[in-house]
Design a protein around this ligand. Structure first.
Ligand code: SAH
Length: 215
C-alpha cells in the first residue's frame, strides 16, 4: 500500500495536470484540492486509483465525481469564504469537503443514509466541522436554512428543481446538471435583480437525481 506522502505526491500531480492544466486558476480552490485527501472518501481497495482522471464507484450504485468536474463546478460557484452553501447529493462527501474549505457553512443532503453516515465519519476525521449532513430528498431543497448564496447539485436532473431556484439568494448561483439519464448539460442559474439567468457550461455525466422534483 502507498505511503501517505505518496498520496500527497499523486494529489499534487492531479491538481497540476488535471485541474490547473485545464485552466482552473482560483488559488484557494487549487489549495483545497491539494489539501483534501481524496482517497479517504473511497474504499481502501480503490486508494491506488483515487487520483485518476475519472469518477469511481462508492457503493450503492453511486460514484465519486471526476476531480475536474468537482473543480469546474466549484469554480463556477465563485466562493469567497462567506457563503452559506447547499449541496444536493453528498455521496462520498469529497465535494462537501472542498466546499467546507471554501465557504462559511455547508448544508448537504443525501437520500441514502448509508452514504451520508460514511461521509460524516470522514469529514469528522478531517476536522471539517462547518458542515451539516442531512438525509432526505434534496430535490425539495432545505427550506429551513434558505436562502443560500450557492447551491450545487451533483446528480443529473430531468429539469431544474423549482424549489432550488426559490431557495437561491439574490446574487446567488445554482449549479445543476440537467438533461437525459446518463448525459446532461451543466447549467449555472443566477439570480440578479430578481431575474433568473441561465448559462450553459457544457456537457457532463452524472448518476440520476431521484426524488419529487427529479427522476
Ligand atoms: N458529490 C458526490 C457525488 C455523488 S453521486 C461525490 O463526489 O461523491 C450523486 C449522489 O446523489 C448519490 O450519492 C445519490 O444517492 C444522491 N442523490 C440522488 N438523488 C438525490 C436526492 N433527491 N436527494 C439527495 N441526494 C440524492
Amino acid at each position: 500500500m502507498a505511503a501517505v506522502n505518496d498520496f500527497a505526491v499523486r494529489r499534487r500531480r492531479m491538481v497540476h495536470d488535471q485541474i490547473a492544466g485545464r485552466g482552473i486558476r482560483d488559488k484557494r480552490l487549487l489549495a483545497a484540492m491539494n489539501d483534501i485527501p481524496r482517497h479517504m472518501f473511497m474504499d481502501q481497495t480503490l486508494w491506488r486509483r483515487a487520483y485518476e482522471d475519472h469518477p469511481l464507484p462508492i457503493g450503492n450504485g453511486q460514484t465519486i465525481s471526476q476531480p475536474y468536474m468537482v473543480a469546474l463546478m466549484t469554480d463556477a460557484m465563485g466562493l469567497t469564504g462567506s457563503e452559506k452553501v447547499l449541496e444536493i447529493g453528498t455521496g462520498s462527501g469529497y465535494q462537501t469537503a472542498i466546499l467546507a474549505k471554501l465557504a462559511d457553512w455547508v448544508f448537504s443532503l443525501e437520500r441514502l443514509s448509508e452514504l451520508s453516515r460514511a461521509a460524516q465519519r470522514v469529514l469528522e476525521e478531517l476536522k471539517l466541522y462547518n458542515v451539516n449532513l442531512i438525509v432526505g430528498d434534496g430535490t425539495k431543497g432545505w427550506p429551513e436554512e434558505a436562502p443560500y448564496d450557492a447551491i450545487i447539485v451533483t446528480a443529473g436532473a430531468p429539469v431544474t428543481p423549482g424549489p432550488l431556484v426559490e431557495q437561491l439568494a439574490e446574487g446567488g448561483r445554482l449549479l445543476v446538471p440537467v438533461g437525459d439519464r446518463g448525459i446532461q448539460t451543466l447549467l449555472r442559474i443566477s439570480k440578479r435583480d430578481g431575474r433568473v439567468i441561465e448559462e450553459d457550461l457544457g456537457g457532463c455525466r452524472f448518476v440520476d437525481l431521484i426524488g419529487e422534483h427529479g427522476w
